[in-house]
Ligand binder design. Structure first.
Ligand SMILES: Nc1ncnc2c1ncn2[C@@H]1O[C@H](COP(=O)(O)OP(=O)(O)OP(=O)(O)O)[C@@H](O)[C@H]1O
Ligand SMILES: [Mg+2]
Length: 238
């Protein structure tokens, strides 16, 4: 079943054409990667999918819904960790989870999620005092509190140490193993290569290549996904 269907999506900000006829599909149960250079339009795609941005043209269907006209129904079924995510410094981990769960009609058990993601020992810790890795863990937990079918993760592992990145990879696989569809925006090609079932490489508001890591590597006759990325985007690489 198709979870996200985007066709010919266009979005301009005042002086910038962010999306220029972008099309892609995400199937149920996959980890789908969005890669591409800074300013390529990845965050704009995620924002259009979650209903935060209104496209200028083209179509977006998410879980069979229109993110603009069915925004409320969609919010109940989609969890998102956005690139610029932040919480008030003073809020406690447990409070944040309880607050988020109150926004959903049929939330998951927030205490169970807190436990599962190793946050119970830190339930009284304040957001502002958490290290980057623990903040990320909290954001993943918050994205799951509504018991979503689809999770959008925008640069989740940026700023994490290698150990915390590996831990996060395990957590993302655990989501997929529970049947959740995951869209992962990342700049790390090793991350995309090991985690993603399929990847779309976005450049200048369009998809320039889409396929499994293996297909993209083969198509570019490259040794790794990172090499394939440079070939596919025509950017100077290693
Ligand atoms: N709110 C905004 N107002 C004006 N221009 C914007 C806005 N948001 C994004 N843009 C522009 O739209 C283009 C696409 O931005 P977007 O954030 O979607 O890219 P991205 O692929 O997520 O980049 P990055 O890898 O740096 O996060 C960029 O040129 C950006 O400067
Ligand atoms: Mg972005």
């Amino acid at each position: 079943m198709t979870v996200i269907e985007i066709d010919g999506l266009r979005k301009s900000y005042r002086h910038t054409r962010a999306l220029d006829g972008l099309s892609l599909t995400v199937e149920r149960g996959e980890i789908f990667g969005l890669a591409g250079p800074n300013g390529a339009g990845k965050t704009t795609v995620v924002e259009c999918v979650s209903g935060l941005r209104r496209p200028d043209g083209g179509s977006v269907r998410v879980l069979g819904l229109d993110p603009q006209s069915d925004r409320r129904a969609l919010l109940q079924r989609v969890g998102a960790q956005l690139q610029e995510a932040a919480l008030p410094d003073g809020i406690k981990v447990g409070e944040a989870l309880r607050l988020y769960s109150s926004l959903y009609d049929h939330p998951a058990d927030w205490r169970a999620i807190m436990d599962e993601w190793g946050l119970t020992d830190r339930k009284d810790a304040r957001f502002g005092g958490l290290s980057g890795g623990w903040k990320q863990r909290l954001f993943i937990a918050l994205a799951l509190v509504g018991d979503p079918e689809l999770v959008l993760l925008d640069e989740l592992t940026t700023g994490l140490d290698p150990d915390a990145r590996r831990t996060t990879w395990g957590l993302i696989r655990a989501m997929r193993d529970r049947g959740i569809t995951v869209v992962l925006v990342t700049h790390f090609m090793d991350e995309a290569e090991t985690l993603c079932d399929r990847i779309a490489v976005v450049d200048r508001g369009r998809v320039v290549a889409e396929g499994s890591p293996r297909e993209l590597i083969g198509r570019a006759r490259a040794a790794s996904l990172e090499d394939a990325y440079f070939t596919l985007t025509g950017r100077a690489g290693a």
